[in-house]
Write a protein of this length. Sequence first.
Length: 342
Amino acid sequence: MSPLEELLARVSIEDVWQALNLPGEPRKSMLSPFRGESQASFSVFGNRWKDHGTGEQGDVLDLIAKAQNIDLPAASRWLLERFGGQPMQPLVQKEKTVSKPVGKPSIPPLQFGSYSDVEALQRARKLPMNVGIITLRKRGLLGFLTYEGQRCWAWTDSSKRSCQLRTIDGTPLSGAKARTLAGNDASWPVGIANAEARPIVLLCEGPADCLAVSLAAWIEGHWDDVAPVAMLGASQSISNDALPLFKGKTVRIFQDNDPPGREAARRWAKQLRPYARSIDVWTSDKEGEDFTDWLVRVWGQDDDPENPLPEQIVPSISSEPRNEDSGAAQNSTSNHSTDANT
């Protein structure tokens, strides 16, 4: 038996995991140590692993190669150096690649939905009007279906790279508030594929806030100018191949006013800097609130479209484009909107 074969028989994937300083504890169902995600899609079983989100899998050497971005011969040397007592040599890293999901999620047929579906979703989200839901439905971003015996609404776009389901009444779906379908690209900003020539992107942390910002855009008379887009969780980074679709857009990020939400807004703004024409960040004046919470609190259940919103929600398309230097927010003219320009 060669020294490498002896090590592979003796050293466990848990030992290597710790030596690589990977986050979390290896187990059958866990968050990927290589990708930001909100739902577990990574498995460790025996001395093998699989990333169900990308289709990648392998043994201890493959794990080392993935974590260190090196080839298998270099991974073998790494294992021998750290566990076999051989002198350590410098690693030559491969060119960095971005993992992409294998295929696309299998999205069940979506229905346009009945008026009772729309009304039930409006009540569950405590929105004063259902027009935001109706307009999203017409644009093909929102659909309805019965899934696992529960009536649900779905958020997707024309790319079909991602689809998230939630029950209409807000009850858990398979024990969670949302169900992201298998094969889903968790880092895809859902809605950007439908942005087309619309100059303004309203980027939200999750599809639920997209319902509220769409209502606000309609109330302000800007619906035709905006593209509501949802990231599927604060832990996600925007997919690299989606970034060019933001080119030239005026982007407003609607962050949740909590530590993960603020960190997500800074990360997304930093990613968008080379592409967007302008970026700013909207946040509630109350800790812990998202946009929907704020809208319900300050605008209430008033369904009178003549009742103006207390502040401008859709950003103006300024004559002078802005581009940030960092993700830090500065006070702007609005009590809640902040520029990310310094």
